[in-house]
Write a protein that binds this ligand. Structure first.
Ligand code: NAD
Ligand code: ZN
Ligand code: ZN
Length: 337
């Protein structure tokens, strides 16, 4: 089968022939139809984060496809079922986090396309207990971005606690951000969208953002504070500056939700203002299997719109460059069909 493989953090991915994986006990082999390109895959390929993947590896954690083979002991899925392969490829099921419905915090987790091979390949291996059932009739080109960008921002809005009278500042209107705007609107909140690129802000407006700020040409903090300040700020931009601006956009009692993971791993957090303002700062990492099912449900109800463009597997390096330049409407999706 063909796959896009990372061999070194300073080299482009190579498209090569590799063996089709064999399903072990509890695993399935999925014939990929689509796989979204998450900015996380770019961080993975560049070795941007403190915990690094070990090359050679195959990225991809927005994989959607048809189960081709099931391993021994798999009872929940059968050949022919359409499933999604998310970032949370495996969790132990027994630790305090797994047992309390916080499986995304499991210390024994495996991550698709990072600690184990992912879905930038014609076939991918997955743990049957952690794939998501793609609802009948959902377009695989929509299902792919929902599998990470969707579930992550759906969860981040939940974590933010946004309610109908709140103003949510969304920093970064990319693959994640264009969906975050929609989930904040579904929660009933008003949205102030911030990006560096006007076309992204136009998209945010089309998706329901009431206010937009271009941080390249104006001070988003000033603009949002003038509105009374944000009750919640969710950062999906790959930038510590955006984290700091999001923090300063908050009103007293507000909540900062960090989601984006820039290589430059540190932000300035003023202690005095955090204490006196009663500010909450929290991180949010992807979502659970239940969050993914809810994300799919909202889409089937026609309440979300996935903005995406198709690419071929061979286009992966060029696609990475386009995403890094911001030269993409929202999400690029590899179409294997
Ligand atoms: P993306 O490249 O599609 O979107 C990033 C957006 O941020 C772009 O629109 C860009 O123009 C904008 N931006 C960049 N600098 C900015 C700034 N200073 N102010 C405002 N906007 C700015 O990326 P994505 O796929 O949406 O991923 C975003 C980040 O989230 C990545 O770091 C990724 O690794 C991370 N991520 C985290 C989780 C999680 O669970 N916490 C899950 C998925 C992705
Ligand atoms: Zn992702
Ligand atoms: Zn666990």
């Amino acid at each position: 089968m063909r796959a896009a493989v990372v061999h070194a953090f300073d080299q482009p991915l190579r498209i090569e022939e590799v063996p089709v994986p064999e399903p072990a006990h509890g695993q399935v082999v999925v014939r990929m139809e689509t796989c979204g390109i998450c900015h996380t895959d770019i961080h993975a390929a560049h070795g941007d984060w403190p915990v690094k993947p070990a090359p050679p590896f195959i990225p991809g954690h927005e994989g959607v496809g048809i189960i081709d083979r099931v391993g021994e002991g798999v009872t929940t899925y059968a050949e022919g079922d359409r499933v999604a392969i998310p970032w949370l490829g495996y969790a132990c099921g027994a630790c305090e986090y797994c047992a309390s419905g916080r499986e995304t915090l499991c210390a024994k987790q495996e991550n698709s396309g990072y600690s184990v091979n992912g879905a930038y390949a014609e076939y991918a291996l997955a743990d049957a207990s952690f794939v998501g059932a793609v609802p009948e009739g959902m377009d695989p080109l929509d299902a792919a971005p929902l599998t990470c960008a969707g579930v992550t921002t759906y969860k981040a809005v939940k974590v933010s606690g946004a309610r109908s009278t709140d103003l949510v500042a969304v920093y970064g209107i990319g693959g994640l951000g264009h969906l975050a705007v929609q989930y904040a609107r579904i929660a009933g909140a008003s949205v102030a969208a911030v990006d560096l690129i006007d076309s992204k802000l136009e998209l945010a407006t089309a998706l329901g953002a009431e206010y937009v700020f271009n941080a390249a040409t104006e001070d988003p903090v000033e603009g949002i504070v003038e509105l009374g300040g944000a009750d919640q700020a969710i950062v999906l931009a790959v930038s510590p500056t955006a984290c700091e601006q999001a923090y300063r956009s908050l009103k007293r009692g507000g909540t900062l939700v960090l989601v984006g993971l820039p290589a430059d791993n540190v932000m300035a957090l003023p202690i005095f203002e955090t204490v006196l303002g009663g500010i909450t700062v929290t991180g949010s990492i992807v979502g659970t299997r239940v969050d993914l099912a809810e994300t799919f449900q909202l889409h089937m109800e026609g309440r979300t719109q996935v903005v995406r463009e198709s690419r071929r597997l061979e286009d992966v390096n060029e696609s990475f460059e386009q995403i890094e330049k911001g030269d993409v409407d929202a999400r690029l999706v590899i179409d294997f069909r």
